[in-house]
Design a protein around this ligand. Structure first.
Ligand code: AMP
Length: 308
């Protein structure tokens, strides 16, 4: 299997200054899988849902080429539910509800025919489950990327540090990087976090773009200035999906290709925020994605005419 994604497939309820949703489909794994499906030809998801999860949504993922053999459906149980409220700046939010439900005792079973993967994307889940997946694969993937969040830093920091030792690329936001490292400066935070295991660190800064750190190299990708941002939920996961999907499809994880992957992830995230939930990510065309990536290229392209 070219790419394996592990992450929540879930229900969300979201409040933004512009509106409020009832229960809609969300989950880190859902956003990652939709996003990477535009790049990675072969992809499987490892996750769990309850009996309440709509088959229609699973069909949509399958139709985008996502192998669901490792997605468990638990009879008589409820899917993971998360609810959040965004502040006026749309960059920060409060978690209102986290009901783990099926995730509480999630045992990530990897079907034997999916046991060898080139690229592994560990979406935001308990660090213990993330580690189990790495350990249960027949051989180590070429590249393991991982997302996490403050929730796990608060309740499972030791576990998280164990998992970090096994990971190549950590993808987190600036607030999480500060909490994980105890450093305010992102440069110092990056040094500290990279000493915990990941050789590469991506720090997402919401509407202020993303930074990639590797050894002494730093790359910055802006976020596209958008007229309207409806719902930032899942933008980070969509970014990660675009990033890993691009790496998997090009089979190249050099620093230069990671720069292209970050721009691809940023382009995918810019679609995600334009609608509530996964709506926008379900039916994009290749042309729309290519045009959006070109907008990023234009955004940062300039020539220095004369040096001082
Ligand atoms: P993001 O906006 O990229 O941070 O991701 C939001 C998504 O992550 C939502 O769709 C939630 O369902 C999911 N999520 C939130 N908290 C957790 C958690 N503790 N474990 C797994 N998934 C979560």
């Amino acid at each position: 299997m070219r790419l394996m994604t592990v992450g929540s497939v879930a229900f969300d309820a979201i409040e933004t200054p512009f509106g409020k949703t009832d229960k809609i489909i969300g989950g880190a794994g859902t956003y990652i899988a939709f996003s990477s499906s535009y790049f990675a030809e072969e992809q499987a998801i490892i996750s769990v849902v309850g009996e309440d999860f709509p088959q229609e949504m699973l069909d949509k993922l399958a139709n985008r080429g996502v192998n669901l053999d490792g997605l468990q459906i638990k009879k008589g149980e409820k899917s993971f539910f998360w609810s959040g409220r965004y502040h006026n700046d749309m960059n920060s939010r409060d978690t209102l509800v986290t009901e783990l439900n099926v995730l509480e005792n999630f045992d990530p079973v990897i079907p034997s025919h999916l046991n060898e993967v080139d690229y592994l994307m560990l979406g935001n889940l308990s660090p213990q489950v993330q580690r189990q997946v790495i350990e249960r694969l027949n051989k180590r993937p070429k590249l393991v990327a991982m997302d996490t969040m403050n929730f796990w830093m608060d309740i499972a920091m030791d576990d998280l540090k164990e998992t970090l030792k096994l990971v190549d690329v950590l993808i987190i936001n600036d607030e999480e990087a500060r909490q994980l490292s105890g450093e305010y400066s992102l440069v110092k935070a990056a040094d500290k976090i990279r000493s915990m295991g990941p050789k590469y660190l991506i720090i997402k800064k919401g509407e202020h773009g993303a930074l990639l750190f590797h050894e002494k190299n730093v790359f910055f990708a802006p976020a596209l200035p958008l007229e309207e941002v409806f719902d930032p939920t899942g933008a980070g996961d969509t970014f990660a999906g675009g990033f890993m999907g691009y790496i998997a499809s090009t089979d190249d994880f050099s620093f230069d290709n990671m720069k292209r992957a970050i721009i691809t992830g940023s382009a995918m995230a810019s679609f995600c925020v334009e609608e509530f939930g996964t709506g926008k990510l379900e039916n994009l065309t290749k042309r729309e994605i290519e045009d959006r990536i070109q907008e990023f290229v234009q955004l940062t392209n300039f020539e220095m005419v004369q040096s001082i």
